[in-house]
Ligand binder design. Structure first.
Ligand SMILES: NC(=O)c1ccc[n+]([C@@H]2O[C@H](COP(=O)([O-])OP(=O)(O)OC[C@H]3O[C@@H](n4cnc5c(N)ncnc54)[C@H](O)[C@@H]3O)[C@@H](O)[C@H]2O)c1
Length: 340
């Protein structure tokens, strides 16, 4: 009888910006995962990852599948390559961790899900905000009744145009590669927590604008979200080439108080309620970067232990569908259904 593998041998497909966060997460939190292949047509990017973990460098997934030593892939490429690479990996019977969005169109997502079903391997879409310590803490506090009945939320995804994420030649500026602007991209990380706290989004009404010349998609969006529960929330997304004041990322407001969630230099959750009208900090500060360790550990446990991931791959369609509905609403000027 063959025993279950004790180690997850993982290939990084795309060794760019987010790959370094995934590797940090593996190093800190996913002790049974070993990155054995670093795949990227940019040899320097692949080498930078390989130098940290001893992986073998490949210039393409096809080459790595020929003789690489891995059971799973972690796909971290521009959005227009997600479908092709995920389907290639599933055809080779690999487990797949795929960065968000699953793909930029719903048709491509259907094809990926079909390939995953045929492979029967583990498929997880990497949405790190599912594991973001402050998001998790706020969910716990809300469930414990710390702010009474949850009534509404305000999400603000606001960033200066950072050269790290937006170098001059970034694929993020191209509509055909990213599938849109900032809502379909980083906006996803602000939408998932709203769904965790308030349930499924039913419909949206939104406007979008371009405030960054070189970005073909939207760099500003203001949206109202109506949830199936009837509750409403606001979602604001802004990337602009100017310094910005660091405001809260989310405010989750209930019938007897609110939770204010900060990221940036001083991440944390502030609880304001009748007992603490001045507000108190609750929980240990974590922040965005601390979400990748538990994410990679969740994938590791799904492959090695058969654990169900914290969120199924199809949960990520909620962020994608919300982004696509925001785009439709910006065109139509009307409320648009997220799930049609
Ligand atoms: N979870 C998060 O917070 C977060 C943050 C940033 C990016 N992302 C997601 O991660 C993915 C990558 O974003 P990024 O910022 O790291 O982009 P990036 O441009 O920094 O890195 C992408 C890498 O993919 C490589 N690549 C291109 N074609 C390839 C191919 N055929 N095979 C293998 N590698 C190939 C590029 O050379 C590049 O090194 C996207 O899906 C993005 O939405 C998630």
């Amino acid at each position: 009888m063959s025993s279950a593998p004790s180690e997850l041998r993982l290939a990084f497909v795309g060794c760019g910006r987010i790959a370094s966060y995934h590797l940090d997460g593996i190093e800190t939190t996913a002790a049974r995962t070993r990155v054995t292949a670093a795949i990227d047509p940019d040899a320097g990017a692949a080498k930078a990852i390989a130098d940290r973990c001893g992986a073998t460098v490949y210039s393409s997934l096809a080459d790595a599948l020929q003789d690489g030593d891995f059971d799973a892939v972690d796909i971290m490429t521009p959005h227009d390559l997600h479908e092709q690479l995920a389907c290639q990996a599933f055809a080779a019977q690999k487990h797949v961790l795929l960065e968000k969005p699953m793909a930029a169109t719903l048709d491509a997502c259907v094809r990926i899900q079909q390939a995953a079903g045929e492979a029967g391997t583990v498929f997880m879409v990497a949405e790190n905000s599912q594991y973001w310590p402050e998001v998790v803490k706020a969910r716990e506090l809300a469930r414990e009744g710390a702010i009474g009945e949850v009534m509404t939320a305000r999400a603000a995804f606001q960033h200066s145009l950072q050269p790290f994420w937006y170098p001059d030649d970034s694929w993020r500026y191209e509509q055909s590669r990213a599938g849109g602007g900032i809502v379909i991209d980083g906006g996803a990380h602000w939408i998932r927590p709203l769904r965790i706290w308030l349930g499924e989004i039913d419909s949206v009404v939104a406007v979008t604008e371009r405030v960054v010349d070189q970005m073909q998609g939207e760099s500003l969006s203001q949206a109202l979200l109506r949830f199936r529960s009837g509750r409403i929330a606001t979602f604001e997304a802004l990337t602009i080439d100017a310094p910005l004041w660091s405001g809260p990322s989310w405010r989750l407001t209930g019938s007897s108080g609110e939770l204010v969630i900060h990221d940036g230099a001083e991440p944390g959750v502030t609880l304001v309620n009748r007992q603490h009208p001045e507000g108190i900090r609750v929980g240990e500060p974590g922040g965005y970067a601390a979400s990748f360790g538990p994410e990679l550990a969740d994938f590791e446990a799904a492959v090695l232990d058969g654990k169900a991931p914290e969120a199924p791959a199809e949960a990520s369609l909620g962020e994608l569908r919300t982004a696509l509905a925001i785009y439709r609403s910006a065109e139509s000027g009307r409320w648009e259904s997220v799930w049609e």
